[in-house]
Write a protein that binds this ligand. Sequence first.
Ligand code: COA
Length: 166
Amino acid sequence: MHLPVATRPIRDDDLLRLVRLWPRLSPETRYRRFHAPVQTLPPAAVRRLVHVDHDTREAVVALVADEVVGVARYDRSPTDRGSAELAVVVEDDWQGLGLGRQLMREVVALAAVRGVRRLTADVQEDNVPALRLVARLLPTASVECEDGICAVDGSIGTPRPALVTG
Ligand SMILES: CC(C)(COP(=O)(O)OP(=O)(O)OC[C@H]1O[C@@H](n2cnc3c(N)ncnc32)[C@H](O)[C@@H]1OP(=O)(O)O)[C@@H](O)C(=O)NCCC(=O)NCCS
């Protein structure tokens, strides 16, 4: 199926798009993303989610009709630039169509070319779609679950150098 979806790195002017996305996320989707029953997103939190430097922190958005319907991000560890935490969310109406996989692929590829070698994520133990994403994108990752939360820890390979011809 061809989806009318475009993806690109997040921009500062996506702030209002993220504000508009929030009420379209179900309580369950918010809970799975933030591991807490977050009802409102404080302005400072939205600003932090939108304003990234495209190196230490990156986010890729999916857009439909110029509205954000999904976001995947990485945040490098403050103590280890080679390690980053992943997070992703897709608007409920757009889940199950491959968008989460696409966004994660793109953000993992950006992390890889910028020297990130280790990726971590926290996923709820019963979050089947997210665990399937991990299994597909980081097939060698360890997944250790305790008290309902699974800590994912995996490596990404060195990106292949561009083919030099001529
Ligand atoms: C996790 C999430 C991003 C997945 O996005 P998505 O666009 O729905 O996922 P995709 O369509 O790309 O599918 C990813 C995998 O999940 C599976 N999947 C999707 N929806 C599913 C469902 N309802 N039940 C079971 N599996 C499902 C797909 O089959 C696919 O697995 P496969 O590659 O083995 O076939 C989305 O469900 C979401 O936003 N959840 C809330 C936030 C969250 O859980 N974030 C992760 C922690 S930060």
